[in-house]
Design a binder for this molecule. Structure first.
Ligand SMILES: Nc1ncnc2c1ncn2[C@@H]1O[C@H](COP(=O)(O)OP(=O)(O)OP(=O)(O)O)[C@@H](O)[C@H]1O
Length: 576
């Protein structure tokens, strides 16, 4: 740990980062699957010449490959709950009273059935699609030019209805439906589910009849197909051939779960799921987990905007997910060849993909190409360092404001950088924060945040989060290691109530990022003044409560401008 860092942390604690537990929403906790036990923790990796821990499976040495926590959780959001200030449910909370098996009508008249209607229409449409699947030939090259518009509210509603229906169906004896009060599902297990029901707008008939209603609980796999507008899985070759000649595919990088390939101008991340084969020392993700990652990506996609958009909160700092496809079959020979080329050049830490059978399912995330990760990227001057810091801070601030987003794993492998090739542009990043349009100077550097595996967000319908306490090794990294210390700081801030909203977790990753910038610019010999500026920024950030607070720091004042100040853009160009 750098000298003075302990003091900084004391300041964070003193500034109120540690908040007492308190109940704000009703919630459902799903029991987290215990770690498979297959992971053999190696705590002897090295970092910047120092020893640093790694919590990754046996053969892993990179922090980029860190986590294998299983069992993403979710909380259904109660209508009217104030989630902005939501904190922790009290663990010692008493189990709710046993519900009576009755359904009441709301006194305020019949429920609004519009969402329900949309839901059933979509299911009908899906069934129709199954009966007459679209011809495969209709899916052709050129997809990259036309990112798909997904109907996020409908997808979330469908997911919520199916999820609740599945839970209800699994233990119907313990369920009460009451349109005035939350559904209370109580069982002898620790998986008490308490969810609000009035947002579901159950059909009038259902109000009068007893539950469970049957047949409407779509599986996560079926929902994935629906999100992808597919009636059945396709082959990997069919997906890739929409973006490039198969022979031109190049592998770009790898994670514990995914292999990233360049396909034309896009990056396709292939993640096997639902299979029994152990991959890279891990059990494969289940379709439920994949679906929730898809929901996270879509919610962040929704923040994207073009100039002229009227969104209250918008930014383009999170990697764009252009599409998702569900695939099935053995790994394609062209992908195997790209995988082997990468292995020969870079040495893969992953298992050779030859063992996947014809029954193996995959999800392909079709992503924009974000460039090179910060770990491997050489910052050339102080302006690039400032550009990196302002873009990450602004993106986190916007997502915090829009959906209580916390990244929770923003190490330097999860920040991608690309040089803006277009010399005609103004080299600015436009964003809107709580209705205020702003521009940040980028100095030609485009930053994209990736990997939302550990992220927490409130979509308005559901809170998505991972219970990081399920992986104690995450917090057992070497003392003084910046990344390991940051996980522990998050644990102190959240007091292990990972479902709660703690925007301060974004602050500690920003402090980590300043440390990384200090580390990376050391060799540039930028001078004592720059070093002092960065160190005092770090100190000031310690007293911030959110990324939004951080963005108000004077460090950013001369690279941040209110949009109105800058029009016409020619003015900005002359300033630059
Ligand atoms: N959009 C992208 N543009 C460029 N490179 C990318 C992109 N997405 C992923 N990569 C590359 O692929 C690697 C693996 O991606 P990612 O970290 O998302 O995989 P993962 O399996 O989810 O990782 P983890 O092991 O952290 O779970 C990244 O480190 C990066 O090098």
């Amino acid at each position: 740990m750098a000298s003075g860092e302990g003091d900084t942390w004391s300041e964070i604690v003193a500034s109120g980062g540690l908040r007492p537990p308190h109940i704000a929403v009703v919630y459902g906790r799903r029991q987290v699957e215990q770690s498979s036990g297959r992971r053999n923790m190696d705590v002897t990796g090295s970092f910047g010449g120092q020893q640093r821990p790694s919590f990754v499976p046996r053969k892993r040495t990179s922090w980029n490959r860190s986590l294998s926590i299983r069992g993403r959780e979710s909380i259904f959001v109660a209508p009217g709950a104030n989630l902005q200030n939501q904190q922790k449910p009290c663990r010692a909370q008493k189990r709710p009273p046993k519900p009576c098996n009755q359904v009441k009508k709301t006194p305020s008249g019949p429920p609004d059935l519009r969402k329900e209607k949309t839901y059933f229409e979509e299911v009908d449409a899906f069934e129709l699609m199954e009966e007459s699947p679209s011809p495969k030939a209709s899916w052709t090259r050129g997809m990259e030019q036309n990112p798909i518009n997904h109907d996020l509210p409908a997808i979330l509603e469908r997911w919520k209805i199916s999820n609740i229906a599945r839970r209800v169906l699994s233990e119907p004896m313990f369920v009460t439906m009451d349109l005035e009060t939350p559904i209370i599902k109580s069982s002898t297990k620790e998986t008490n589910i308490i969810s609000s029901f009035d947002k579901l707008n159950i059909k009038e008939e259902a109000v009068e009849t007893s539950i469970p209603w049957s047949g409407e609980a779509l599986t996560a796999f079926e929902q994935l197909l629906m999100v992808c507008r597919q009636s059945e899985p396709v082959t990997l070759a069919e997906v890739f051939s929409a973006y490039c000649e198969l022979e031109s595919i190049k592998k770009l990088g790898e994670g514990t779960y995914g292999e990233a390939y360049r396909a034309g101008t896009t990056v396709c991340k292939v993640v096997p799921f639902d299979g029994d084969l152990i991959v890279n020392g891990e059990t494969q993700k289940r379709s439920e987990e994949i679906l929730e990652e898809v929901l996270l990506s879509l919610t962040l996609n929704n923040l994207r905007s073009n100039r002229g958009d009227e969104k209250k909160d918008s930014c383009n700092g999170f990697i764009e997910t252009k599409d998702f496809r569900v695939c099935r079959g053995p790994y394609d020979p062209c992908l195997i060849s790209a995988w082997e080329d990468y292995d020969a050049k870079c040495g893969s830490e992953n298992d050779h993909p030859k063992d996947f059978t014809s029954e193996q399912s995959y999800i392909v995330f079709v992503l924009a190409d974000g460039g090179t990760d910060l770990e491997s990227f050489a910052l050339v001057d102080y302006n690039e360092a400032r550009s990196l810091l302002v873009q990450v801070t602004a993106s986190l601030a916007v997502a915090e404001s829009a959906c209580e987003f916390e990244h929770r794993d923003l190490h330097w492998g999860n920040i991608l950088l690309a040089q803006d090739e277009n010399s005609d542009t103004n080299h600015t990043m436009s964003f809107a924060l709580q209705g205020k349009r702003m521009l940040a100077r980028t100095f030609g550097l485009n930053v994209s945040i990736i990997d939302f595996t550990l992220s927490r967000m409130n979509t308005g319908t559901v809170i998505l989060f991972l219970d990081l306490s399920a992986d104690p090794a995450l917090f057992q990294g070497k003392r003084g290691d910046k990344q390991a210390e940051t996980y522990r700081r998050m644990r102190d801030i959240t007091q292990e109530h990972w479902e709660g909203s703690f925007p301060k977790t974004n602050v500690v990753w920003l402090i980590y990022l300043v440390d990384m910038v200090l580390h990376k610019t050391k060799s540039l010999a930028l001078g004592a003044k720059v070093d002092r500026e960065l160190r005092s920024l770090k100190k000031r950030l310690a007293s911030c409560e959110s990324a939004r607070d951080c963005l108000a720091d004077p460090f950013f004042s001369d690279i941040l401008l209110e949009d109105a100040q800058l029009f016409p853009m020619q003015q900005l160009e002359s300033d630059l």
